[in-house]
Design a protein around this ligand. Structure first.
Ligand SMILES: [Zn+2]
Length: 294
C-alpha cells in the first residue's frame, strides 16, 4: 500500500507535475477560454495531459481546477458548474494516478480582494472554497492544494475550508516576487509571515509556486527562506521554467531540461521535499527534473 503524502514527503523527495494551461493551449484551448470546461467537453485531452506528466515520473498529479471557484467560473457564465467540473477534474486525475501517486485537488485564488480592500467577507469566501473542495474530494482528491496565494488571509480561509470539509492533507503555496533582495507576495507579506500564517491555520505542507520575474537562482534562494520558516513541515517549490521573456506573442519561458534538472537538485539540496513546475513547464522538463532526482 502506498504511504501517505505527508510521510512520503518527510522521507524523501516527491516529484509533482507542471503547468496545465499551456498544455491545454497546445491542444487548442484559446486565451481567455475557460480551461475547466474541458473537464466536461474535452476530458480526453485533460486526461492525456495528466497521463503525460504521470509517464514523466510525476507522482503528484494536480487537478485541472485552477479558477474552479464559483466566483471565478461566474466570469465565464459557468457558476452553476462548480460541483460538476471540480468532481470531473478530480476523477480525470484519479484515472491516471497509479498506486504510488496522489491526486492534488487544485484551488486557486478566488479572483478579488477580501475586505477591506474588496467586498468579499471571510465567511463568504469560506463558503466558496468549501463548495469547490467538497467536489474535489467527491471526485477522489488525496490532498488539497491552495495555490498562487498572495494574501495570507485568503490562504488561511482556504485551509480552514479544506479542513472543515475533509481530513485530507492541505498544501499551501504562495507566489512571491523579489524586491530589494527580499521575497514578498504581491500583498507585501514576507516568506516567513506567509508560511507562518498557513501553518498556524493548519496547513500540512507549505511553499511557493510561480512568482513574478524570478530567475532559477531566485527560486533556490527562496527555497532557503521557506525551509527556514517551515519548521517540521515539508516544503514544496514549483518554479516557472526560468525568468519570463517577452516575445512577439507575449511572455514565454525557455529554461532547458538541463537547467531545470540542475534546479531540481539544488532545490532538493536546499531541503525542499516536493518539487514540481509552474508556468512554462512541460512533461519533458519534469521528466528531466525527475531523472536528475533519481
Ligand atoms: Zn505559474
Amino acid at each position: 500500500m502506498k504511504s501517505d503524502l505527508l510521510s512520503a514527503s518527510r522521507n524523501g523527495v516527491v516529484l509533482c507535475d507542471g503547468a496545465m494551461g499551456t498544455q491545454l493551449m497546445a491542444r487548442g484551448l484559446t486565451p481567455g477560454e475557460c480551461g475547466m470546461r474541458w473537464n466536461a467537453e474535452r476530458a480526453g485531452d485533460v486526461e492525456a495531459v495528466h497521463a503525460s506528466y504521470a509517464s514523466a515520473g510525476c507522482r503528484l498529479i494536480t487537478t485541472n481546477s485552477f479558477g474552479g471557484t464559483r466566483s471565478m467560473l461566474a466570469r465565464h457564465g459557468a457558476a452553476d458548474h462548480v460541483a460538476e467540473w471540480n468532481r470531473l477534474a478530480a476523477s480525470l486525475a484519479r484515472r491516471t494516478v497509479g498506486s504510488d501517486g496522489w491526486v492534488l485537488g487544485d484551488v486557486g485564488p478566488f479572483g478579488d480582494f477580501l475586505e477591506p480592500l474588496g467586498d468579499m467577507t471571510e465567511g463568504e469566501l469560506e463558503a466558496i472554497f468549501r463548495e469547490q473542495i467538497e467536489a474535489l474530494v467527491a471526485g477522489g482528491a488525496d490532498a488539497i492544494l491552495v495555490e498562487t496565494m498572495s494574501d495570507p488571509a485568503e490562504a488561511v480561509v482556504g485551509v480552514r475550508a479544506a479542513k472543515a470539509v475533509s481530513p485530507l492533507p492541505v498544501v499551501v503555496t504562495y507566489a512571491f516576487q523579489k524586491s530589494g533582495g527580499i521575497f514578498r507576495t504581491m500583498m507585501g507579506t514576507s516568506a516567513a509571515d506567509a508560511v507562518g500564517a498557513a501553518l498556524e491555520a493548519g496547513a500540512d505542507i507549505v511553499g511557493a509556486n510561480c512568482g513574478t520575474d524570478l530567475s532559477l537562482d531566485d527560486y533556490i534562494e527562496l527555497a532557503g527562506a521557506l525551509v527556514g520558516a517551515a519548521g517540521d513541515a515539508p516544503v514544496v517549490v514549483q518554479p516557472n521554467a526560468g525568468a519570463p521573456k517577452t516575445g512577439a506573442d507575449g511572455i514565454y519561458y525557455d529554461a532547458t531540461g538541463d537547467e531545470m534538472a540542475a534546479t531540481a537538485i539544488r532545490l532538493r539540496d536546499a531541503g525542499v521535499r516536493i518539487i514540481g513546475g509552474c508556468c512554462g513547464t512541460s512533461p519533458a522538463l519534469l521528466a528531466a527534473m525527475g531523472k536528475a532526482l533519481g
